[in-house]
Design a protein around this ligand. Sequence first.
Ligand code: SAH
Length: 251
Amino acid sequence: MDDMDLLIDLHGNAMRQGPGSEADTMRAIDLSGLSEKQDLKIADIGCGSGASTLTLARTLDAQIVAVDLLPAFLTRLEEQASAQGLSQRITTLAASMDALELAPASLDAVWSEGAIYNMGFENGIKSWRPFLKPGGILAVSELTWLTPDRPAELTEHWSSEYAEVATASEKMAQLEAHGYVPIGYFPLPQSSWLDTYYHPMQERFGDFLARHGNSAQAQSIVDSERHEISLYERYAAFVSYGFYIARKRAD
Ligand code: SAH
């Protein structure tokens, strides 16, 4: 098994594959103004097993294309959509977020929770903008510094994992520079890291290691997750995901 298969095994059956919560998705929906509109077309990019996709489908009058690189996650989403009677509203697309063949100006909203880092925030907001209708909504969550200064250990870890980590004001300046009007922002609360993401993950470590005979490879995945969790527990005051809601500005 390669690392990717192990990561799918560790995260595939989870409720979510990154920090976030149903309440956060609902809050972003509120800020977006999408609830007032009908017959929406939405792409949920890097949807994983679809926690946000299911919330969008339940809440909005929308057709949603749920995009992820990993078919295993999309299969899990399809199972849940079917169990919840939401299949009619959701189609899945296995594709890379940096090579999407979506029609220009076809979407009312581009949604992406905890995933845009895979192609980089700036690259993502630039390359997804053409898919939005004029006035369409971009709603993305992205690793964000909460303070101008931070403990060196934290800065070093995240800067080496993700060079684009920055403060909300820097992210908003990028949105403005690339043709969006920011209309809402909030940092995810600690519960959206601990209760919905890290704690359930910690509960899976034992079975995961046992399934893989405590291999060094599986152990190293668990070690690196444990390191990330310990950093978060010590430094939650300095870092979170920021949820950015922005409107496409007229060209
Ligand atoms: N939005 C989900 C998943 C976040 S984890 C949630 O909040 O739970 C990031 C997701 O991005 C994973 O599902 C991963 O498979 C997906 N991903 C990684 N690289 C990708 C790429 N190049 N294109 C599309 N999806 C990608």
